[in-house]
Design a protein around this ligand. Structure first.
Ligand code: ATP
Length: 590
């Protein structure tokens, strides 16, 4: 990983934010190559979601939204981790990430400084290795009491107890930790000139909520009908306790999220007679009207895996992790995390990399829109003409069965979010009636990915060291970033063979200008041609073009207006007509 971090800095993929001031933990800037890479990732995602589909439209919402949004979404109350602080150094840990330790715990009831006539009654405790001299513990305790204003403290009431697998002590110094306390991950700010509770707002911790909040507006203008999706790419902020693994866990990052709205299964059954069951693993093919949440979920998992493969992450570098029942949020029916085997991932008992999350694909029921309906008082239902018409054709028994099943699910949801059973039953009965008239709150499948984690995965995946011949044919080692041409920051480099031959330079610039409107081009005339290739290999540029004397027709008309096209990965060179370049190259990057 260190090699990759240093290449990122050296080649201008990623820099530490505010580096000249010592950096800011959890914040990263993207240099020239990194900025292009990120743009390409976002564009490829946007293209796959919107331009290549009829059933997804885009949204670009604000980062700061009404604070009630975060109450409805649950972020104000539950978007928190339990934290503990070291009582001595104040270092903060996530409670579930403190390694269990065993040894002798020394307890003190306080400390005094007889000479200065000072005393503290604060209890404290220190964990040291079993059998170690208590002086080790006393030393740490003295530091603790000194911080409480006692210059020469003598710890009081010492007693010790052996402990096993305790997570109550700082693994670095043995000092006692505070009791676990929840720590909200949302970054706060104030809107307007007064810093009052009324003006408190949050930087969004995810982009998804804006999609739910704007659901009715988008529906009204987009001529879409359920099933359809709304997607968004944008910044998100989380005050992560331990930003780590380079950009993997940052405090400011970008997300690419899709909310794909579907009919509840009861509506599908009313319309199609039955809900189709998954036939087995793999891509289920073109969407069908009789798909319920299960097939739509499977479809999106497979679509997302295809996307990753399409931009160059091999299937074997990815893990499809199905969350277990006890890991699922109460409203989620299934969640699949797509993991990438980063070099810093943990290994399983066989030594295989287990992977870290790139994206989560969740079947979230109708939880999100229902929450915004409750909190805003605005209807989040849709009217489904087909459902209304189909319902009338059902026999009475089927109508009752579907209405009851739907009402039961609504009642479960309402009770989970705190309604009394009576109130939930009443509202659920109303919702059941609404279904029979063609109205329901859509369910949603949410593929939610991180741009920065994907950029890091692509960088890790692209990194390669191999041997390449220099100008004289002697093998030398090279670093090559094997980005897929679709996401490579620069697509093609254009080199005149010699810088001091105006005819070559003129022709090379002509080629550069011919290609520029179609793909990103880097023009370079400085240094030996081999060195220029090496630089582009490190930048991950898939194609190199050299304009030489043959291009000018010095060896006869056959080679005139042709250039050498060099492939970064195979290092094969071929002569290509300038007139064919745009077609040849754009076909490789689409
Ligand atoms: P994790 O468990 O790793 O904290 P999460 O399950 O909280 O992630 P989600 O809330 O599902 O993540 O966010 C969706 C995606 O946003 C993640 O899959 C990831 O790609 C990205 N993401 C989330 N948190 C961060 C972060 N701190 N830094 C960079 N990317 C992030």
């Amino acid at each position: 990983m260190e090699t990759i971090v240093s290449l990122c800095k050296r080649r201008g993929f990623i820099f530490q934010s505010s580096e000249i001031y010592g950096g800011l933990n959890g914040f990263w800037d993207y240099g020239p190559l990194g900025a292009e890479l990120k743009r390409n990732i976002k564009e490829s995602w946007w293209r796959s979601m919107t331009l290549l589909r009829d059933d997804v439209v885009g949204l670009e919402a604000t980062i700061i939204m009404h604070p009630r949004v975060w109450e409805a979404s649950g972020h104000t109350s539950t978007f928190s981790d339990l934290m503990v602080d070291c009582l001595l150094t104040k270092k903060r840990f996530r409670a579930d990430q403190v390694d269990p330790q065993s040894g002798d715990a020394y307890f003190y009831s306080g400390a005094s400084d007889a000479k200065a006539g000072k005393e503290s009654k604060d209890p404290f405790s220190v964990l040291i290795g079993s059998g170690k001299h208590p002086e080790y513990a006393r030393k740490v305790a003295r530091l603790f009491y000194q911080q409480r204003g006692i210059e020469n403290p003598e710890p009081l009431g010492e007693r010790f107890e052996p402990v096993k697998n305790s997570v109550r002590y700082n693994p670095d110094n043995g000092a006692l930790l505070t009791e676990p306390r929840p720590f909200n991950l949302m970054l706060k700010t104030y809107v307007g000139p007064v810093e009052s509770a009324d003006n408190l707002s949050y930087l969004r911790p995810e982009t998804a909520q804006a999609i739910f909040v704007q659901f009715q507006n988008v529906l009204a203008v987009s001529r879409q009908r359920v099933p359809f999706g709304i997607c968004q790419v944008g910044k998100a902020f989380r005050n992560e306790i331990n930003p780590r693994n380079f950009t993997f866990r940052s405090r400011e990052f970008e997300q690419m999220e899709l909310e794909f709205f579907i009919r509840p299964d009861e509506a599908v059954e009313a319309i199609c007679g039955a809900v189709a069951k998954p036939a087995g693993p793999g891509h289920p093919g073109e969407p069908q009207p009789n798909w319920g949440w299960q097939l739509w979920h499977q479809y999106w998992v497979e679509e997302r895996l295809r996307y990753y493969e399409n931009i160059g992450l091999p299937r074997q570098s990815l893990v499809e992790y199905w969350q277990k029942a006890d890991e699922l949020a109460h409203y989620a029916r299934a969640t699949v995390d797509v993991l990438y085997k980063f070099p810093f991932s943990k290994r399983d008992e066989k030594g295989e990399l287990m992977g870290e999350e790139l994206e989560g694909i969740a079947a979230r029921s109708d939880f999100d829109l229902s929450q915004h309906q409750r909190f805003s008082g605005k209807a989040m239902v849709v009217f489904d003409e087909e459902l209304k018409a189909s319902w009338l054709k059902l026999d009475a028994a089927k109508q009752t069965e579907l209405r009851d099943r739907y009402a039961l699910a609504r009642s479960h949801y309402l009770q989970k979010v705190g309604e009394t059973p009576e109130k939930a039953a009443m509202q659920a009965a109303i919702d059941g009636e609404a279904l029979s008239k063609g109205y329901y709150v859509p369910h949603v499948i949410e593929p939610s990915a991180g741009v920065d984690r994907l950029a890091l995965a692509l960088i890790c995946n692209a990194y390669c060291e191999d041997q390449a011949p220099d100008e004289k044919g002697k093998l030398e080692s090279r670093v090559v970033m094997r980005f897929h041409p679709r996401i490579a920051p620069i697509k093609v480099a254009v080199f005149p063979l010699l810088k001091n031959k105006p005819e070559l330079v003129r022709k090379a610039k002509e080629v550069r200008d011919l290609l520029r409107p179609h793909l990103s081009v880097f023009y370079d005339e400085a240094g030996a041609i081999g060195r220029r290739y090496r630089r582009q290999d490190e930048a991950g540029t898939p194609f190199g073009l050299t304009i030489d004397f043959d291009t000018l027709g010095e060896k006869g008309p056959e080679l005139q207006d042709t250039v050498t096209l060099r492939d970064r990965d195979t290092m094969k060179q071929e002569r290509v007509k300038i007139a064919d370049l745009v077609g040849r190259l754009t076909a490789r990057i689409r």
